[in-house]
Design a protein around this ligand. Sequence first.
Ligand SMILES: Cc1ncc(COP(=O)(O)O)c(C=O)c1O
Length: 375
Amino acid sequence: MKFETFELERYMSAWENVVDYNLSESGVHPLSLNDILTAEELDELSEMELLYCQANGTETLRSAICGLYPHATPDNILVTNGSAEANFLTIMTLLEPGDELIYMMPNYLQIWGFGRSLGVDVKPIRLKDDHNWQIDVDELASLITPKTKMISVCNPNNPTGAVMDSDIMMRVRELAREHDLWLHSDEVYRGVELSGEESPSFYAGDEMDIVVAGLSKAYRLPGLRLGWIVGNPDFVWKAWSLHDYTTISIGTLSDWVASRILQPQRRTALLSDVHEFLRTNLKILQGWVDDQDGLFSFTPPQAAAIAFLHCHLDGGSVELIERIRDEQSVLVMPGKWFGMENYIRVGYGTPPDYLKAGLERMAQTLSGLRIEAAA
Ligand SMILES: Cc1ncc(COP(=O)(O)O)c(C=O)c1O
């Protein structure tokens, strides 16, 4: 089997720790253990024996995760190394070469690339910028054939930060049920809505509902590498038996920390800090866009620390972001790697001064481009 390159992750892995200003991250600026644990807990953590963790996640952690999904019990949960592993195991467990998968675009293209590498026929259903980044459900229905096995959405969406309207969500669910399709929803950005109101999960306890999420984005803990799958117990068992081949288990320390911070009160406190911070930073980004003489426009995100800026310059998005990187040592992501040209994704979840400084540097390259375009 030949794997397609996952261009976004390849590029971020190579550059994110090299540039002066990294505005390529989609999560909110990470926290430290000191920010989230008490002194007693830190002491306890330092005494822990570093055993292998319970391979599907400890009962304590799986019970805490269930708290986020009213229809789930610990048997519905598999804990994984990030939501990246959760997505990988889901596709590996459920799809075969020749199956069709309907896939939301633009998107984080992990499943796009991995599915195609497996021989799955991945068909895009496009979010529309002029419809507040929503999908057209009639178009979705028209893509379903007897070979279709799964619909996969990312909600809230990366890279647009859009949240699916509740009536569209209901119709997507109905379509999946009517055609006996797996409905996979990547919800790693759930909890980081700018309104402060958590978006609903697709997990309704149906046999064919699968939700993937984790602590990297809303919870600001990407270094824990903690994700999970929610699904029916039989599917979870099968995905777990593949997890024996991928990573066996997650880290003991990560399981322990996650079990604590997902307790209801702590979780609410952790998430509530994020909303005001993001609203303030989004104003900084909006002000910067307004100062760029119409080079960019965007539909404001409803969730996540990312904005997908429509770029009104000629030329490809990869060339643009590489020029910004080379001239200014600032990293942002090109629309092409989310399946949509003429856009760039800017992460605005960094500390405000850092965000302003990175944007100021970007503006210098853009003013050079304007002069070249006028000449
Ligand atoms: C939609 C989506 N899913 C999954 C991931 C993987 O995240 P992690 O493995 O850190 O949970 C990302 C990372 O950016 C993402 O944007």
